[in-house]
Design a protein around this ligand. Sequence first.
Ligand code: GDP
Length: 325
Amino acid sequence: MTAAPERPGDLPEGSPRAAGWRSRLAKARSALGERLGAALARPDLDAGTWEALEEALLGADVSWEVTEQLLGHLRAEATQRRIDDPGELRSLLAAAVTETMDAPDGGLDRSGSPAVWLFVGVNGSGKTTTIGKLAHAEVAAGRRVVLAAADTFRAAATEQLAVWAERAGAHLVAGDPGGDPAAVAFDAISHAAATGADLVMIDTAGRLHTNHNLMGELAKIRRVAQRAPGELREVLVTLDATVGQNGLTQARRFGEAAGVTGAVLTKLDGSARGGSLLSVRAELNVAVKLVGLGEGLGDLVPFDAAAFAAALVGDDEGNSDVRGA
Ligand code: GDP
């Protein structure tokens, strides 16, 4: 078993890593695993096997397009390699999932002084929790971090971010309730520049993603974050994995308003819809950069395509791997 290679932009060395993908993806795995196991245990590779495989993937919330893409790839490989034992398809499927999810731009860009990361996504998708976990890891790695509470519409949002800032050892910049979110972002970036901080993470409002004003606000925050002294490096959309395919519509909207550079898939630990992750990469053409595997400080891990595929699909014996943990 090999350790996952450290990529530039991965969470810093020494940051808390989750215990393993396998146990954390239990629900997603069992959703796919049972049907997949039945399909791969069939004696012959026939039309029924392909149908059973298709059902298994669709049942785990893999989109129709991605399912067809994966199976098309698998069929070609099976023909070329003259495979007649369905069991041999497992490792090919894992490889195809890895390929679908792998992204050269999977790391986080920390260049800039300060570097600015903007977080967008509907309320409840895990923005604040993700910022808290990430701030903790960055501070632990020796970076000075400023958090901007730019969701000025909910007092509770600011309070929650204040708690995370305290836990993480980051500095919090908040505004007046109901105040201009872009002004909070500007103040946080100015404060970071004046004090020599390395990184600013901006928490934003996420209610009513159909509301045009919200999208207008996000676009405005983005413009402020792009201006000196800040250097906008990441716009990360948080997607609740338990919502499955519906999350994609949200991600698209936020992408249009804020120019998303990557996705954070949260609550993958509680989701039976891990397969929806495949669509984020394939249909939105945006890299999944981080994955939330729980509510604790250490439960945010860099996305690792091979570990994800092994946890979801399993290895040749049907066991799921824990690589990348
Ligand atoms: P926000 O409204 O987008 O800022 O969302 P929050 O950060 O407040 O998260 C909403 C809820 O989801 C909270 O109860 C979090 O503890 C929970 N949550 C966030 N990320 C994860 C995760 O990766 N796994 C689990 N199980 N819960 C999470």
